[in-house]
Design a protein around this ligand. Structure first.
Ligand SMILES: [Mg+2]
Ligand SMILES: [Zn+2]
Length: 186
């Protein structure tokens, strides 16, 4: 059984820009702490780790696909420093209108990844900092974790909430080991 952890990018791996602005260049990238470590722990537990990111900045003409992909190459180089990084990176280049099947909260990127990699979505997790990430994960049949400041009230339909990606990793890995082998009754 192939299991995956799907990660959103902005607000999970790197700091997000103020509303209405987009991270399109290296100068705008500020990594949040613990990203590489969390990805490593997911790999050690046997998960594929896949990035799923809405990139409407492409539709808006603020960056090209080529520009985004070279920014990503640099980001992963700096973040993972030669260690194994993401098993795949999916992004939606479309704007919200007209609607597409891949822009979160639609589950298209998760479904495409599941098809590409033979992933069991019900054994997989989606981690993101916005409700559209949670919704995409739910629609794909994954369990979900919303990352947010725990002292700020927000309503979410996520299965779990966490203050950071490290905390999300703690939750996922704790649940995996708790789920472990089913004890036999005598
Ligand atoms: Mg985000
Ligand atoms: Zn799309």
């Amino acid at each position: 059984m192939v299991r995956a952890v799907f990660l959103d990018r902005d607000g999970v791996i790197n700091r997000k820009m103020p509303e209405g602005r987009y991270v399109t260049s290296w100068a705008e990238v500020q990594f949040l702490p613990g990203g590489a470590e969390a990805v490593k722990r997911f790999h050690e537990a046997g998960f594929l780790v896949l990035l799923v990111s809405n990139q409407r900045a492409i539709a808006k003409g603020l960056v090209t696909r080529h520009g985004l992909e070279s920014l990503h190459r640099r980001m992963w180089q700096e973040l993972f420093r030669g260690e194994k990084g993401f098993d795949g990176v999916y992004y939606c280049p479309h704007d919200a209108d007209p609607p597409c099947g891949c822009r979160k909260p639609q589950p298209g990127m998760l479904l495409a990844a599941a098809q590409d990699r033979g992933i069991d979505l019900t054994a997989s997790w989606m981690v993101g900092d916005s409700e559209s990430d949670v919704e995409a994960g739910r629609r794909a049949g994954c369990r979900t974790i919303r990352i947010g400041l725990l002292d700020v009230r927000f309503s979410t339909s996520a299965d779990e909430v966490a203050g950071s990606l490290q905390e999300a990793a703690n939750i996922i890995l704790a649940m995996e080991s708790a789920a472990g082998p089913i004890p036999t009754c005598h």
